[in-house]
Design a protein around this ligand. Sequence first.
Ligand code: IMP
Length: 434
Amino acid sequence: MPATCVVGLQWGDEAKGKIVDLLSDDHDFVVRYNGGANAGHTIVWGDRTFKLSLLPTGILKPHVQSVIGNGLVVYPPRFREEVDQLKSAGIAVGKNLAISDHAHVIFPYHMEEERVAENAGDGGAIGTTGRGIGPCYQDKVGRRFAIRIGELLDKSHLLDRLKYIVPYKNRMLAAMAEGGTTVPKQFDPAALADEYAGYGEMLRPHVTNTMQLLHEAIQAGKKLLYEAAQGSLLDVDHGSYPYVTSSSSLPSGIWTGSGVSSRTLTRIIGIVKAYTSRVGRGPFPTELNDGPDGLGERIRRIGREYGTVTGRPRRTGWLDLVALRYTVALADVDECTLMLLDVLSGLPELKLCTAYDLDGERISHFPSDAATLERCKPMYETMSCWTDDITGCRKPSDLPAAARRYVDRVAELLGKPISMVSVGPDRAQTLMMP
Ligand code: IMP
């Protein structure tokens, strides 16, 4: 049966939520397989806007079974917050939301660990979202100090685990902060066990073996849609390391993060924003660092490029086809969508980065390690822009000729068809390309 994956091909915030929302009409399951509440998915339905960080976008559709797979790291208070928000907006959340008993749990000491490390002032900051993602994945891989969702359901077991873990965390936090100005918080195992056993009860109706659920769904001929969080350039293995997130955001994460073979995928859609943005630190060759009156700021303002999770202003720049060709290959996409094209309307000209100058040599491959990427200078081809507002376009032939040329040129450089073009946040502002 068909299974689709929607994956961002840049540094996140490519407007994946809009495409997942559109496609979920035609799917039975929407599955998240990586990350946690560091993601920010904004969905606009007319005058209603939903912002989801942890829950799959499918939760907005009553016919969809939403799944939080084993590959996620879950902060239960955020889960409760999102569920409450949805319920107060009249969206039903019950058996239609399943959460893996194998997903890992974020505790406040993870956030504290991240806060102390990020504020150490030693030059090692990643510029994270501060949601405890990295420290929780560290514990998952380290095994001794990790707690999975299923363990929240047995309070005495949970207390035993926290009595083992928390004293170590307290000592570690104190040592991390030694000599600095930050005073780290300390935690009490019994209080945490009480609090998290309460979350366990809240989660209990949703907790299940999601791997089995998904395998049964496939057997029953259901259509699955995988929703990647973050972007391919933030993938822990293949992104611009170390300025990446701690999970596998590429479709390769599906197999480990949901327990379903990637061989079931029949359609991989790469989501591309018509320009580039990035939050947090790390090299960004096509960044427009041109001051408060420059094009970078204009794109930020018109594209509302501020983090959904943290509110941080996003860095903005031209479309980088060197990076995109790399992620198109890694994600093995069948087709791409071009998002936020309307944000470029009225610019004096458009630039597409087609190669880098690395120490005087022209290269067309993407060096994913941060130190080399830092030395890359973009080499551009220039295109003319359109002056008209394109937010009212509803079909490809409504686009001005220059916009159509931009779309066609991007598709040519990507080596993949562009199947949808988005000219605004609303569902109606989506052009299905021939
Ligand atoms: P973390 O995922 O919070 O550990 O942050 C690591 C890096 O990934 C930082 O540069 C974040 O800004 C970035 N990041 C994490 N999640 C997202 C996202 O959903 N969109 C864009 N950037 C993200």
